[in-house]
Design a protein around this ligand. Structure first.
Ligand code: PEP
Length: 255
């Protein structure tokens, strides 16, 4: 895995043509990016075409979600096998919009995590507290519950493949960003949970991305913290220029 990672979550944005244009433009811009891993999570309808366009680039593809069953009567859902068939390496699980808009529970997310590992997909598990949880000083407890539930019974080998994204719910799409200190503190907690459950090596190697209104103007101060290994970017990933500027900040920080 790359030293640092910048991942895009496009949510319900961009049709097939818009996605293809973005992929072509971005792949030209990132020819000199060597140390930063780049992941794109477009809508499902764009995955097949983007896989063709991006196959000789450093960009990996990710699903934005996935069902835990293999197949069947689950209208509008997508399976791990389907994501595999378009060459997805990753799948975002437990995004705050899935948790809070679509009422996905920790139990449901756990089933998805297990299915992803069993199918060779690397989960990008999103964890994060709501504003009232932060205000009532329950952030650590919420993160620990989400972490413990997701990784119960997960082997060291599987765990080593996953990425965790810390995304405080109050900072997603709001223009509010966690301060570098707040983000670093949460990331450190996730690293400590990993050290307690697994070991120091896995804790050090774990990639923990920060997500929540990351933009070119705040990426530098965030990447300079000790425990932030990159970003999961929503709004600013929709324009090639702003997404590339964030990649550039991370790449320059590494060189
Ligand atoms: C996200 O959707 O994961 C996200 C972090 O969005 P934004 O960057 O727009 O806050």
């Amino acid at each position: 895995m790359s030293e640092k990672i910048v991942a895009a979550n496009w949510k319900m944005n961009k049709d097939v043509v818009e996605s293809a244009e973005f992929a072509k433009e971005l792949s030209k811009k990132i020819l000199n990016v060597k140390k930063t891993g780049v992941i794109l999570s477009p809508p499902y309808t764009s995955l097949f075409n983007m896989n063709e366009i991006l196959k000789d680039t450093i960009v990996s593809l990710s699903g934005q979600n996935m069902h835990f069953e293999d197949a069947g009567a689950f209208t509008a859902e997508i399976s791990a096998k389907m994501l595999n068939s378009v060459n997805c390496e990753y799948v975002i699980l437990g995004h705050s919009e899935r948790r809070h808009v679509f009422n996905e529970s920790d139990e449901t997310i756990k089933k998805k995590i297990d299915k992803a590992f069993a199918s060779g997909l690397k989960p990008i598990l999103c964890v994060g507290e709501k504003l009232e949880e932060r205000k009532s000083e329950n952030t650590a407890q919420r993160l620990e519950t989400q972490y413990t539930s997701a990784f119960e019974g997960v082997s060291e080998e599987d765990f080593s493949k996953c990425i965790i994204a810390y995304e405080p719910v109050w900072a997603i799409g709001t223009g509010e960003t966690a301060t570098p200190e707040q983000a670093d503190e949460a990331h450190l907690l996730i690293r400590k949970l990993t050290e307690e459950k697994y070991d120091k090596e896995l804790a050090n190697d774990l990639k923990i991305l920060y997500g929540g209104s990351v933009k070119p103007h705040n990426a530098q101060e965030l990447i300079e913290t000790e425990n932030i290994d990159g970003f999961l970017v929503g709004g600013a990933s929709l324009q090639v220029q702003s997404f590339y500027e964030i990649i550039e900040i991370v790449e320059n920080y590494l060189t």
